[in-house]
Design a protein around this ligand. Structure first.
Ligand code: UTP
Ligand code: MG
Length: 419
């Protein structure tokens, strides 16, 4: 199961005692992200089993959850969470702080629960307590869809728990406060030579005697496929992101590779087969680094105190600052009508023509012959892999810098260059 957490999330672990909530929390989250009722029982009573400390412990749980949500931090509540009234308080807090509430339900067979319960040295209550909790879990599962959670994931076996992958779609911390200047680079699509030439032209030279460039690169995504050297591009951009020189949002091609590297069954089309072949020639450790890099890429980045937004296919104004499936799909694919054109490609809506927002939006995804401003938005995908050029936008200067493709590496299914 693929659990993709939104940028701001409150995660409720829901399950009876011994269903593995604390174990899961330890495996998938940082210790400070997990607010555990047992921990606060121990804090107030020196004993995480002391049921007389429940009221005090939950007062602290509420307080800590609220303080974390106010800061926009991912917060996981490790408690049984089997009472609707408790869940309602958390959901209200999430709503108040613009956070999405996600439920992870541990619905394991009773046999497994009993076995684990009796094997535990730290839980002394009788079987009837566990049975009561199991009954409450059934009621909970019935009620959950109507309570207002943005997402509910249910594990029905220990295997499903063990195989779960948790990823996050977060903005890089502090990005919003970065004021630049920035050099935003369009869809690279494996055009390594052109990328190096562009970075050289922009002043990102690897000359140790040169003064350090005081600018930040931002990639609009689609680093890979179609061009000749996707691995070279990945290696370079991963290095630039790691050393703080670059930020990057995920593109639809990158996202498909991410799913492939996770073991999902994806169709190897539009250049992905070649990218995968190149990656297969690399050591497994590199593939794992690529997977982790892609898992961590945000769908969009807000910069310059919210005055600049970068997303692979752009983002409608009413979706700024939000997360979830609609945002994800818009950032990756833009606005589409759901119909295909004569070339068999999804018909794209020109959302930029209707854009009236204040933030400048820089995006790619749809190749154009030249980058042209439209309502404070600009598409800088100038189709390098299709024999166009690779373009960067300097911000705040609004200056365009391009290098021509060395050759045409792939044929577009829909022509975009003037004949
Ligand atoms: P946890 O301590 O993770 O359960 O695991 P829990 O849901 O948080 O329980 P409460 O609500 O705090 O009481 C319970 C036992 O099950 C084992 C753990 O080692 C622990 O002893 N366990 C957990 C497994 O054997 N496999 C798992 O996948 C998870
Ligand atoms: Mg626990």
């Amino acid at each position: 199961m693929d659990i993709e957490l939104p940028e701001r999330a409150l995660v409720l672990l829901i399950g009876v005692s011994s269903s593995g909530k604390s174990t899961f929390a330890r495996q998938h989250f940082q210790p400070t992200e997990v607010v555990s009722s047992d921990h606060y029982r121990a804090v107030v009573a020196d004993d995480d089993n002391d049921q007389s400390a429940t009221k005090d412990a939950f007062e602290l749980v509420h307080l800590v959850v609220e303080k974390r949500l106010r800061r926009g931090l991912l917060t996981v509540i490790d408690a049984t969470n089997l009472q609707a009234i408790d869940r309602r308080d958390y959901l209200n807090m999430a709503r108040q702080y613009g956070t999405e509430a996600v439920a992870l339900v541990f619905n394991l067979p009773t046999r497994v629960l009993m076995d684990r319960h009796y094997a535990r040295p730290d839980r002394f209550f009788s079987e009837s307590v566990l049975e009561r909790q199991i009954h409450r879990l059934q009621t909970t599962m019935h009620d959950l869809p109507f309570e207002g959670f943005q997402a509910i994931y249910t594990f029905n076996s220990p295997d499903e728990v063990a195989e779960a992958v948790v990823s996050r779609r977060g903005q890089p911390s502090g990005a919003r406060l970065q004021t630049g200047p920035f050099d935003i680079v369009g869809d690279v699509h494996g055009c390594y030579d052109e990328l190096v030439e562009l970075l050289t032209k922009l002043g990102y030279v690897q000359d140790p005697s040169a003064p350090l460039i005081n600018r930040t690169l931002v990639f609009v995504g689609d680093l890979i496929d179609r061009g000749p050297n996707s691995v070279g591009v990945l290696r370079l951009v991963m290095q630039l992101v790691q050393n703080g020189t670059a930020l990057c949002v995920i593109g639809n091609h990158d996202d498909k590779l991410r799913r492939k590297l996770r073991g999902n069954n994806v169709q190897l089309m539009h250049g992905l087969a070649e990218t995968v072949a190149q990656l297969n020639a690399e050591p497994p450790a590199f593939r794992e680094q690529v997977r982790q890099f892609l898992e961590g890429l945000p769908h969009y980045i807000q910069l310059d105190n919210g005055q600049l937004l970068v997303a692979h296919a752009g983002l409608r104004e009413d979706l700024h600052g939000r997360s979830g499936e609609v945002v994800r799909s818009f950032c990756l694919f833009g606005a589409t009508t759901g119909k295909n054109d004569d070339y068999g490609l999804p018909v794209r809506l020109n959302w930029a023509a209707d854009y009236r927002g204040k933030p400048t939006i820089v995006y790619g995804h749809t190749p154009v012959a030249d980058a042209i401003w439209q309502n404070n938005t600009i598409d800088i995908d100038t189709g390098c892999a299709f024999g166009g050029k690779l373009t960067a936008l300097r911000y705040p200067e609004r200056e365009l810098i391009s290098v021509p493709a060395r050759r045409q590496y792939a044929v577009p299914s829909r022509p975009f260059l003037p004949a």
